[in-house]
Ligand binder design. Structure first.
Ligand code: MN
Ligand code: MN
Length: 389
């Protein structure tokens, strides 16, 4: 768009400037003020990606499958990875220059280390149902603990996190001159003979000791823990049609940019029509079959059916719902790129208005709206009657 067109359209010079530099996640102008071309068409683009059916990166018995903007173009605000590590395998020491990392353990056990800018270092062990969060740029590693493989889902608060954004220690050291390394560490150059030349990514070695070993600098714990036991706690909310566990920065203070949810729905259960004013939503189907609806304004509506291992994505502010359309209970892992969870549910919005407003809006008698729920539904059960807690 030419500058004069922007000005003619009532957009100021600042908006013009914002539209003409590369958009960045976390930038208030990104996907808020300036329309995203992908979401500006007559039809909504697909918001589903079959993550577990993708090939990903495989080394030995370990694998990492990605859903970034490359695989799922709509997912600009959040990327995800499904990672499996075999016993003795490690996702090597690395950091993400462009994203924080949030994780949920599905199977097996995981040990992590992480360093922060104050020199605080933490080693943590994780069981299924536990969560970790590493702020953007903090160096960390992940390794399989014990004799069984592990499987976890990683969520990043930037759909572009992968490309040129992940920095591995072997890649860096392998490309740095030995003389510089020798000076850096006060060691002879020969100390660096035989180091990997290229990124190792998945390192393979002895299984880690059962007890955490002391870091070289000794124990120096950070102010805030990186670990949160999500499923060891009772659900955040329980309904006839399902239940929800939720963790954001109010309970897990280090998690300043990600909220995580585990949503269980009974067959026919519905996470009702709603939207999130401040965040995109990334979905991973842990088990079951769900139907996700997406409302994109101007008559644009799209429905996708997601099965176990599929990923869905809801842009910030878009109306949506999740329904269990299978014959058994389903579980969906959901990540939001905000540290403070917010939702507006359609039933509550309606309940927040007087009947005469609703009557005029829809051209229907006010008595009809008296029958609507007078409070938030959140999860509706199978059947016709709106359920309660
Ligand atoms: Mn990482
Ligand atoms: Mn939602």
């Amino acid at each position: 768009m030419q500058r004069r067109d922007f000005l003619a359209a009532g957009m100021g010079a600042a908006a013009f400037a914002a539209a003409n530099r590369p958009a960045q996640a976390g930038d208030p102008s990104f996907m808020n003020n300036v329309p995203d071309p992908l979401l500006a068409g007559d039809e909504l683009p697909t918001f589903k990606f079959a993550l577990e059916k993708s090939e990903g990166k495989v080394i030995g018995g370990s694998s990492g499958k990605e859903a970034t903007v490359k695989q799922l173009p709509i997912s600009k605000g959040i990327a995800g990875v499904s990672m499996r590590l075999e016993p003795g395998a490690m996702r090597e020491l690395h950091w993400h220059a462009t994203a924080a990392e949030w994780a949920f353990v599905l199977e097996g056990r995981v040990r992590t280390t992480v360093i922060d800018p104050a020199g605080g270092a933490e080693t943590d062990d994780f069981d299924p149902g536990d969560v970790w969060y590493f702020p953007r740029g903090h160096g960390h590693m992940l390794e399989c603990l014990g004799d069984d493989p592990c499987h976890f889902i990683l969520i990043f608060d930037n759909g572009y996190f992968s490309e040129f954004g992940t920095f591995s220690i072997s890649d860096w050291i392998g490309h740095t001159p030995k003389a510089l390394l020798a000076k850096n560490f006060g060691l002879p150059e020969s100390a660096f003979d035989g180091f990997p030349k290229d990124e190792v990514y998945f390192a393979r070695g002895a299984r880690p000791p059962a007890a955490m070993a002391k870091p070289l600098q000794g124990w120096k714990p950070p102010a805030l823990s990186h670990r949160y036991e999500l499923l060891k706690r009772p659900p955040h909310r329980t309904f006839k049609g399902g239940r929800e566990w939720r963790v954001d920065s109010t309970a897990f203070p280090i998690s300043k940019t990600v909220t995580g949810v585990v949503l269980d729905l009974e067959p026919g259960g519905l996470r009702e029509l709603h939207w999130h004013p401040t965040a995109d939503e990334w979905q991973y189907v842990v088990d079951g079959d769900i139907s996700v609806t997406l409302f994109g304004s101007h008559g644009r509506y799209r429905i996708e059916t997601l099965a176990k291992g599929d990923v869905g994505y809801i842009p910030q502010g878009y109306g949506h719902s999740i329904e269990n359309v299978g014959s058994k209970p389903c579980r969906v892992l959901i990540g939001f790129n905000t540290g403070v969870y917010e939702t507006i549910d359609l039933s509550q919005w309606i309940a927040g208005n007087p009947a005469d407003v609703l009557a005029t809006n829809f051209g229907k008698p006010a008595e009809l709206f008296e029958k609507f729920p007078h409070r938030d539904v959140f999860i509706a059960p199978s059947g016709e009657t709106a359920g309660g807690e």
